[in-house]
Design a protein around this ligand. Structure first.
Ligand code: NAD
Length: 485
């Protein structure tokens, strides 16, 4: 399958006519040819977005919403195919893509279509002397850059609010997982999205992403990906004073208090650690357990981990598939080796799963891995691994666990398991993160602010935060005439 760039309403090969393979992580075999695009393709896409902006930004919110609903309907009609492509490209179980990734991408379009129709702006009356009205106007062509772990889910989380608010966009999906973005491009044309409103350019970060961020025609950059890339993008965008939203890495704590309901907390912590092979920025990769229940929790936790059905992602029964690439596999494996050097005990996993079908012989598989015995300053406890590796450590009291939970460069999310609501509130208030889940994990409401602190990012996505990011507020102050007489 040869993929193409969507530019000005039509599919185009890259200017270089060069392609690189997209690899199926479960088999190690190439599944698509990805356009190796560069500055020339980006320039064309930004020009198309610039030309489309006056027309698109002057349509009504209702018209834009109807187009987004149409895209959502087409995604729904193609849900099974999209789930298969996502699984094949990323290594995630097809059942997960069918249950989470694609339904959420559909929900993103529907949510922002509805949101923009119901949005309002502020007015600040000045005691009858004047009226201030805030206009929120679209920015122009914007850049949307996304990672490989939740490909269509995260790309659509940017496209939908950008287009709903009247911007035009150039999107650059991850070069590692481009297939559903290509299908989305085809469906957008079928939906009747006017040419140039959404352009999708495939390619590598340095060759295609960097010229997109640096392009003078781009007014804002919405980026989700690694912290190091985020810093590079911030440096490139700052001299042009572009609006920036950066959603970056995480090293999230799961806190199991002495009074936690273990029937809920054990499967909850397991899901938080290993969903999507641990390749979700919000995964709880550091579990802290109150010392009084540490042994009980650990026993039950490893039993739960042993139950995870690891296998071929294409098998509908599989719960845990392959990690995304050979490079990523090698990185995760190097952290497991480091954990041993740092004095950790590998309680479960650490190697390649047994019993995989022959088709998966060359795939990038790592067992769900549980590590104990590491201190809070170990690199494995502080650095983002972004794979199926979780550490478990005991704590003495709330102050102790809050100190350890906050002691990383990251600040994305946390989950706290307790039956004491006061304790939940006290701990949540002191965690330096953007999201705290209490007795749950990844329970998402698309209206809430989403983002991180510290090295996990700058800005918030979701609901009104996204509508605000993609618009510029302008205050209009109207002096009112004195009434005659
Ligand atoms: P990455 O930073 O390597 O790549 C992300 C995207 O940026 C890709 O499309 C890539 O091509 C592009 N890119 C790379 N260099 C670029 C440059 N110089 N200029 C412009 N674009 C460039 O990240 P990844 O490996 O794809 O994703 C994994 C990371 O994403 C993890 O750190 C994870 O925590 C993070 N992530 C964060 C969130 C969140 O919401 N906070 C969500 C998902 C993933």
């Amino acid at each position: 399958m040869r993929l193409a760039n969507l530019i000005d309403g039509a599919l185009h090969p890259p200017a270089s006519d060069a392609y690189f393979p997209s690899i199926n992580p479960a088999t190690g075999e190439a599944c698509a040819e990805v356009p190796d695009s560069g500055a020339e393709d980006i320039n064309r896409a930004v020009e198309a977005a610039r030309c489309a902006f006056p027309g698109w930004s002057s349509t009504s919110a209702y018209e834009r919403a109807m187009l987004l609903f149409r895209i959502a309907d087409l995604l729904t009609a193609n849900l099974n195919e999209l789930a298969q492509l996502e699984s094949q490209d990323n290594g995630k179980p097809v059942s997960l893509a069918r249950r989470i990734d694609i339904p959420r991408a559909i929900a993103n379009f529907r949510f922002f279509a509805g949101a923009v129709m119901h949005d309002h702006t502020e007015a600040h009356p000045m005691d009858g002397r004047a009226l201030n009205v805030t206009l929120r106007q679209p920015l122009g062509p914007v850049a949307l850059i996304s990672p490989w772990n939740l490909p269509l889910y995260l790309l659509s989380w940017k496209i939908a609010p950008a287009l709903a608010t009247g911007n035009t966009a150039v999107a650059k999906p991850s070069e590692v997982t481009p297939m559903t973005a290509h299908r989305l491009a085809v469906l957008c044309v079928e939906a009747g999205l006017p040419p140039g409103v959404l352009n999708i350019v495939h390619g590598r970060g340095a060759a295609a992403g960097a010229p997109l961020v640096e392009h003078e025609g781009i007014k804002a950059v919405s980026f989700t990906g690694g912290t190091v890339t985020g810093a590079t993008i911030a440096r490139a965008a700052a001299p042009q004073f572009k609006k920036l939203s950066l959603e970056l890495g995480g090293k999230n704590p799961t806190i199991i208090c002495a009074d936690a309901d273990l029937d809920e907390a054990v499967p909850g912590a397991c899901r938080a650690a290993f969903t999507n092979q641990g390749e979700i920025c919000l995964c709880g990769s550091r579990i802290f357990v109150h010392a009084s229940i540490y042994d009980t929790f650990l026993d039950r936790f490893v039993t739960e981990v042993d139950r995870i059905r690891v296998g071929d992602p294409a098998d509908p029964e599989t719960q845990f598939g392959a990690v995304v690439s050979r490079d990523h596999h090698d990185k995760v494996v190097s952290y497991i080796a480091l954990a041993k050097e740092e004095g950790g005990t590998i309680l479960r996993g650490g190697g390649r799963p047994q019993g995989l079908p022959d088709t998966c012989t060359d795939g990038f598989f790592i067992e769900p891995t549980v590590i104990t015995g590491l201190g809070p300053t170990c690199r494995v406890q502080r650095e983002e691994i972004f794979g199926p590796v979780v550490t478990v450590s005991p704590f003495d009291d709330d102050d102790h666990v809050i100190g350890m939970a906050n002691d990383t460069p990251y600040g994305l999310s946390a989950s706290v398991w307790t039956t004491n609501l006061n304790r939940a509130h006290r701990i949540a208030a002191r965690l330096d993160v953007g999201t705290v889940w209490v007795n749950c994990w990844l329970l998402r409401d698309l209206r809430v602010p989403f983002g991180g602190t510290k090295a996990s990012g700058v800005g918030r996505e979701g609901g009104r935060e996204a509508l605000r990011f993609f618009t510029e507020p302008k205050n209009v102050c109207i002096q009112l005439e004195e009434p005659n007489g």
